[in-house]
Design a protein around this ligand. Structure first.
Ligand SMILES: Nc1ncnc2c1ncn2[C@@H]1O[C@H](COP(=O)(O)OP(=O)(O)OP(=O)(O)O)[C@@H](O)[C@H]1O
Length: 298
């Protein structure tokens, strides 16, 4: 059996003047769950489209399950849940799942797919009468109906609330654990990557800016934010406090990025004084992505 599920070698893709991917490289091992992270326009969907053979690279090579993406897809070895793609009007959830199971020659039973996607109770509902999160679960059902070896999920939880997200990831986990499915998912949420991925590949402006275990990425962008109000903040003195790596001052409001919040807070009181409205928070996850994408993380 081939070792890598996905091989992405120095892949470039342009749309006119836009360089969507720029010599991006990573591999996904069989059975691994990998998250593609990055903000809007980073190149995540383009990477997924290339891995599905929906678009061709201008440079580099994309390999899927030991051959071309088109070959793997044609053999029904790949399932995908994409951002776009409507559901047929007038059809019930069961009709849609029956159709998907039929297309794959009955590799899974309809009831099994409904159960896996958490749709048993909604089987009789018209697809047009579903909430955004429920419709996503139908797309997931279609993606897993052929018992794929490799599953691509492009921002799968966008329309879902917290509970729906939890249920969704439980279903993905069930596929992974019972069948060893390889999963590649694109997301904006570092949290989601942290909870469900073995490894994250962070894209920024079409390039791979980090490729590591979630814990490693978090450590690179870790640290805390200390916010407070000071009567006369002096950015130079604040930057010299222990642990502080960055200082922002706006109208007396001070924001310090620090890798040692305890010592920073201690020094704020002992060396600066007059501290009001102090709060300490984790560095924002969105901010973390921006830092990585801009190459400013350590
Ligand atoms: N069909 C297309 N025609 C022209 N430009 C495109 C096309 N598809 C993507 N792009 C551009 O390529 C770049 C990468 O887009 P892509 O959709 O891959 O990013 P993304 O990381 O998936 O973004 P998002 O999180 O918003 O979905 C963007 O600048 C986008 O505008």
């Amino acid at each position: 059996m081939e070792r890598a599920a996905v091989e992405f070698h120095e892949v470039s893709k342009r749309y006119g003047q836009v360089r969507a991917l720029d010599a991006a490289g990573f591999t996904v091992a069989r059975g691994e769950t990998v998250s593609l992270l990055g903000h809007n326009g980073a190149g995540k969907s383009t990477a997924v489209a290339l891995m599905l053979g929906l678009v061709r690279p201008d440079g580099g090579r994309v390999g899927v399950l030991g051959g071309s993406p088109a070959r793997a897809v044609a053999r029904g070895r790949v399932g995908a849940m994409l951002q776009s793609g409507g559901l047929p009007d007038g059809a019930s959830v069961r009709d849609i799942v029956r159709l998907a199971c039929g297309l794959y020659g009955g590799r899974r039973r309809i009831g099994e797919v409904l159960e896996l996607a958490g749709l048993t109770e909604l089987a009789g509902r018209r697809a047009t009468a579903l909430s955004g999160g429920q419709a996503q679960r139908v797309r997931f059902a279609i993606a897993v109906a052929g018992r794929p070896e490799l599953l691509f999920l492009d921002e799968p939880t966008v329309a879902m609330d917290v509970e729906a997200r939890r249920e969704f990831w439980d279903a993905v986990r069930a596929c992974r654990e019972t069948e060893g499915t390889t999963v590649v998912f694109a997301t904006h949420y570092l949290e989601e990557a942290d909870q469900f991925a073995d490894r994250v590949v962070v894209l920024g402006h079409g390039r791979v800016v980090a490729d590591a275990a979630p814990a490693t990425v978090k450590a690179r962008v870790g640290g805390r934010i200390v916010r407070c109000v000071l009567a006369e903040p002096d950015p130079q003195r604040l930057l010299a406090l222990p642990g502080v790596t960055e200082v922002t001052v706006r109208a007396g409001q001070v924001e310090l990025r620090t890798d040692d919040a305890d010592r920073t807070v201690g020094a704020l009181y002992s060396a600066i004084g007059g501290v009001r409205d102090l709060e300490v928070t984790g560095a924002g996850l969105d901010e973390a992505l921006i830092l990585l994408s801009s190459g400013k993380a350590a």
